[in-house]
Design a binder for this molecule. Structure first.
Ligand code: PGD
Length: 769
């Protein structure tokens, strides 16, 4: 048995050199995830890319904006041909248009493994050529990354030095979880998870008497082990509920004024807003009840319960992935500050205990080695979720985080390790944006929708097909990851592709430094080992073993304990060094969609808005439980939950009855932006008025209509709008839709088989009668 690491867990496998014949969870994992079933079953699926391909139109006509991108047939070519064509095109673009014409942001999670980390590889390669336009922030946390440094601390401090789950289990009396504590997300971490503790800490806290309150439109956003009270506001209205909690704390004399005085700035301005002195509206529980649908009395009681107990306020990442996502996040900090428990064991504020495995884990003292990406001389960047705006509007100006920026004129897009036709919003608009560049290059193991929108498609190995080592962020285990099988078809690893391209472009020495992949692993390991000052085995011993344990920090972490002890000696990284309930800096930017203190701002699409009459259901487009993002959607576990061959959508029984729908029906979900098919699951875990359709079903558009997905990708429905001007973060979590039964012959899915290489025109799809 050989150990291997994925973002969703470690497993042990037996291989016959071609495929994995036996897979079982890593023996050290107390709560292994069924997602590991996806790996072996996807490896040789027909949707794997077996050899390099070039879009026929690009081959025939050369580079240029192309309406046919995403719909035209591909021509299989040899590696030599593909690499010659691609190196020639890179040479042309860098020579004629410069590095500012290359978008190499290439957002995506790719696979676990520190050396073959796809982003590091593509960025290092492009840096050797002169750089590229990059992205900043992430789809996960784009809003938090910008907001938190103004309010409390850098996002990495908030996440990596969060109060340890063991401390919560021991000390918290009440955990109020806005957005819940989702077990499916808490099982995943970038780079990998060895020991899952998704449920254990909640059981332990609950057994000791800690109470959990889960504020979410979905009951199972918090696991049964927590025995949580479920409060289900209208999606997107948490900020109103939080303001009312703050109003009760203020009005009933429950706020910790000493804490607010010593550790925060701006409470006075905020209090005037709460009390209605600013706008004549008191933000009390009755006001919030009309917005959220939560009884005013329950909000009032909860505020008193929070003040009477050691209370941890947590906010999930999903809440900030929405219009005005800054507001509930900021209010989470404000509530914790008003309770005066920031810096105390089991109290205060946390962000993402149910969003990723790494939050609340004891940070190891050592980080595993990684490959340097080199230096990017290009200063132009975009906030990651502005990709379609950039491609559609070269030269246009826009605001971001206090700056006025200009979109560059991109000629070549290079994607390696991500799937924008999964992760971006309003996919029909993205489809349009992808017609604009002159060349699109994609490396992926699979024929994802993004690969199908490329001109040059290069097949890469899965992580089980190459030698690497891996360790997740804040994970204690560092594993060797020797190749378990030979590569599928003619797939190469990203490093080999970039090495060959770099050779052709005259930057081979700089890119490879004369090493092959195995020599890099040894080199990075030795360099790391020499820098440690603590004994770890030599490389050969490490490579032959089952992983090493990295030493942990000495004490379980309590977030912001030092700041609480001495705020003058340990100020925060905010402009004033204190928690900013009012931010003069943000106020100074003058953004109407993110003012100087947290407020309730009505989103354009919510159950109380005018358009809710036309589209009466709020869609929660959240993270899937059967795969990570869009990864390995063709794998056995992901396929096992599909309904009628489509992604499952969950709907409350009352909403299903009102529409004459039954469990198992094929349905069409629609709004003004698009439509998708899905398989209905009737389930009272969704609040009435809410449906839930996970992200990640591979986008399978009607050839004549990119806004229509046959498979169930919610991003044909979501709006390509930012959370706010401040952060320009992804706001894809919520959107208004309606649902109807699909009548007629269901169209066949095509995304699970390779695209057309014949050149024959594609037959139109059956559509609804
Ligand atoms: P993945 O499916 O992980 O999605 O978006 P992201 O693009 O990260 O894509 C990774 C791709 O890398 C896959 O196609 C995989 O096959 C490929 N890959 C794997 N290993 C390798 C490798 O070694 N080399 C190469 N070249 N490729 C490899 C995720 C993004 O989606 C995220 S992080 C979030 S949080 C967002 N969430 C939402 C949301 O909540 N709601 C909506 N509506 N939309 C979202 N989109 C975002």
């Amino acid at each position: 048995m050989t150990v291997h690491l994925t973002h969703w867990g470690a497993f042990e496998a037996v291989s016959d050199g071609e495929r994995l014949t036996e897979v079982r969870p890593w023996r050290g994992d107390p709560e292994p995830m069924p997602l590991i079933r996806n790996v072996a079953s996807a490896q040789h699926h027909p949707a794997r890319i077996t050899r390099p391909h070039v879009r026929k139109g690009w081959l025939d006509d050369g580079p240029g904006a192309a309406k046919g991108r995403g719909g035209e047939p591909f021509v299989p070519v040899s590696w030599d041909t593909a690499l010659d064509l691609l190196s020639g095109e890179l040479r042309r673009v860098y020579r004629d248009h410069g590095a500012e014409a290359v978008y190499g942001g290439s957002y995506g999670w790719a696979s676990a493994g520190r050396f073959h980390h796809a982003q590091s590889q593509v960025h290092r390669f492009l840096n050797c050529l002169g750089g590229y336009v990059r992205h900043v922030n992430s789809y996960s946390l784009g809003t938090s990354t910008v907001l938190l440094p103004y309010v409390i601390a850098d996002v990495n401090v908030v996440l990596n030095y969060a109060t340890a789950k063991s401390v919560i289990a021991e000390h918290s009396e009440l955990v109020v979880a806005f957005g819940g504590l989702s077990p499916k997300n808490a099982a995943v971490s970038p780079g990998g998870v060895s020991r899952h503790h998704v449920r254990g800490w909640m059981s332990a806290a609950q057994a000791r008497g800690c109470r959990f309150v889960s504020v979410s439109p979905l009951r199972d956003d918090t696991p049964a082990e927590a025995r949580a009270e479920w409060i289900a506001p209208r999606p997107g209205t948490d900020a109103a509920m939080m303001l009312a909690l703050a109003q009760v704390l203020d009005a009933d004399g429950l706020a910790d004024t000493d804490f607010l005085e010593r550790y925060t700035v701006g409470f006075g301005r905020f209090a005037r807003y709460l009390r209605g002195e600013a706008d004549g509206v008191v933000k009390d529980p009755s006001w919030a009840s009309a917005i959220t649908g939560i009884p005013a009395e329950r909000i009032r009681e909860l505020a008193h319960e929070m003040a009477a107990a050691r209370t941890l306020v947590t906010v999930s990442w999903s809440l900030q992935r929405a219009r005005h996502g800054e507001q509930p996040l900021w209010l989470g900090v404000v509530l914790a500050a008003m309770l005066g428990q920031i810096g105390l064991a089991g109290g205060g504020f946390g962000h993402g205990y149910g969003s990723t495995a790494l939050v609340g884990e004891p940070a190891p003292r050592l980080r595993a080695p990684h490959l340097s990406q080199g230096r990017n001389p290009v200063t132009t960047f975009i906030p990651v979720a502005r990709i379609a705006d950039m491609l559609l509007n070269p030269g246009a100006g826009y605001d971001y985080n206090g700056q006025r920026l200009t979109y560059p004129d991109i000629r070549l897009v290079y994607w390696c390790g991500g799937n924008p036709f999964h992760h971006h919003q309003n996919l029909a608009r993205l489809h349009d944006a992808f017609t604009r560049p002159e060349t699109v290059v994609v490396h992926d193991p699979f024929w994802t929708a993004t690969a199908r929108h490329a001109d040059i498609v290069l097949p890469v190995t899965m992580s089980i097909e190459r030698d690497d080592f891996g360790s997740g962020q804040n994970d204690q285990m560092f594993f060797p990851m020797p190749a378990l099988t030979r590569p599928h078809g003619e797939a190469w690893d990203d490093y080999s592709i970039f090495s060959e391209l770099a050779d052709r472009l005259g930057t081979g020495k700089e890119f490879t430094e004369g090493r092959d992949a195995m020599e890099w692993l040894r080199h990075l390991y030795d360099e790391w080992r020499d820098s440690l000052g603590v004994p770890v085995p030599g490389f050969d011993e490490f490579w032959a073993g089952d992983g090493i344990e990295l030493p942990l920090a000495d004490e379980p972490q309590v977030a912001f304990a030092e700041f609480r002890r001495d705020p003058d000696k340990h100020p925060l990284g905010t402009p004033t060094g204190k928690i900013e309930i009012f931010s003069a800096t943000i106020d100074g930017y003058g953004y109407a969609d993110c003012p100087g203190h947290p407020v309730w701002l009505e989103p354009e699409e919510w159950l109380g808005s005018a358009s809710a009459g036309r589209f009466g259901l709020q869609l929660v487009a959240n993270q899937p439980r059967s795969r990570l993002h869009s990864q390995l959607d063709v794998g056995a576990h992901s396929q096992s939950v599909k309904v009628a061959g489509r992604e499952p959508v969950r709907m409350h029984p009352s909403d299903a009855a009102a529409r004459g729908l039954r469990d198992g029906d094929l349905v069409r979900i629609f709004n003004d932006r698009g439509a998708c098919l899905a398989g209905l699951r009737v389930d009272d875990a969704a609040r009435p008025g809410v449906i839930q359709l996970s992200t990640g079903a591979w986008y399978d558009p009607d050839p004549a209509d990119p806004s229509y997905c046959r498979h169930g990708n919610p991003n044909v429905l979501t709006a390509d709008v930012p959370s706010s001007t401040l952060s320009q973060g992804c706001a894809g979590q919520l959107t208004l839709v309606d649902v109807a039964a699909y009548r007629g012959i269901p169209p066949e899915l095509t995304v699970t088989r390779p695209p057309d290489v014949s050149g024959r025109p594609r037959a139109p799809l059956p559509r609804e009668r």
